[in-house]
Design a protein around this ligand. Sequence first.
Ligand SMILES: Nc1ncnc2c1ncn2[C@@H]1O[C@H](COP(=O)(O)OP(=O)(O)OP(=O)(O)O)[C@@H](O)[C@H]1O
Length: 412
Amino acid sequence: MKFEAAENSLEGVGDDGSAVSIPFTEILALTSNVILTIPEGSESSLRVYSYKALDVTDEIKKYYLNELPPYLDPRSANVTVINSANAGARTGEAVYTSLLRPLFKELGVVHEYILTESKSSIQSFAGSLVPESGPHTIVILSGDTSIHELINSLRPISEATDLTILPIPTGSGNALMTSLDLGSPTSAMFSMLHGSVRPLRPFYGSFPPGSKEVIPPTDDEPDGLTRIFALVVVSWAIHAALVGDSDSPEYRKLGNDRFKIAAKENLERGAAWHGKLSYVSSSGGKLEPVELEDLEHSYVLTTSISSLEPGFKIAPTAKPLSGSLELVRLPFSSGEEIMRVLMLAYQDGAHVGEPGVLYTEIESLRVEMGDSEERMRRWCVDGRIVIVPLGATVEVHSGVENVRGWNVYIVA
Ligand SMILES: Nc1ncnc2c1ncn2[C@@H]1O[C@H](COP(=O)(O)OP(=O)(O)OP(=O)(O)O)[C@@H](O)[C@H]1O
């Protein structure tokens, strides 16, 4: 076929005179002899058009793939596709077979495919990666938890090695990819081919010895602390409580309403969380810790992204992938008042302007636990619950350059 670029589409004419029109919005990539598209409206499967003639004009330059990016090129990376079978509505298999596999076949991306068989599949795979086999690329069809498990299961290495993660969002939340405007499999695949490689720079929580986790702990740090890397959230007080409660079998039966119901019950309880809280702000170059006199808290949350769920802008000025970290803290007050303030997050993050709300970019946060009741000592790290010992101190630190020696990148 011969194609020409029109204003918003590629117009093609076959040797037999047949015509075809491809809107730019459906193009995934152009190579020197094919046009790869994902037609809208159909059951999302890759369509390939061969062509003999096409002028690569300015309008279509951004779709052109001269050569494979190094992280997909079999000569420079080991590519593995992991499909986290339990993620979201379990669409990973369909996305792989109708989009990703044919795309990789067309482009010559040699890869291994792993369909997870259990809760520990991702952990075992990540733990098996070694620097000796060179740079790795992991395309992961999943939500946030699977990516969290992947980076937290990397084993420590002494020789810095590149690991590029290409998430294709198929989970129920996908907060990380949504925050990067790559919340659909199609947009993620476009970015995989044409995006820029950027350090992932996860932040982390540091948990003292004796902390109990729902998922077995990853490697302990030499100082006895357990460092858990986070991509989305590290929180304490009401946020951790509602995530923890909603994970129980009786709440799970309630489906997605379980978060709302758990939030309501925690707010109605009207309890304060006690602890000595200090933070190091990263604005103004002042690295002295600021200690709050107020020891009673309702909401303490750190995040590197702006919205934990669509529309809920808890940290409106967050800059994903920059390594920066935002703290949101509400003092103890009535359940109704906490609810009123938090609901303002749905109004473009208006809660941060409310009196009493502490919202600041931080280098680190430190909390000494002051509650005897175990349920008040729960922390949430990307949805995973960690219960810390009485009187323990928990720290949260802003984004790091590497994860246990691995230079972890994402393409966005
Ligand atoms: N075959 C399997 N059996 C049991 N658990 C699995 C299996 N495959 C994957 N898992 C686990 O299921 C979870 C899937 O989480 P993931 O984040 O990918 O999706 P999600 O929870 O739907 O999305 P989000 O975290 O964005 O809301 C992970 O903990 C993963 O280890």
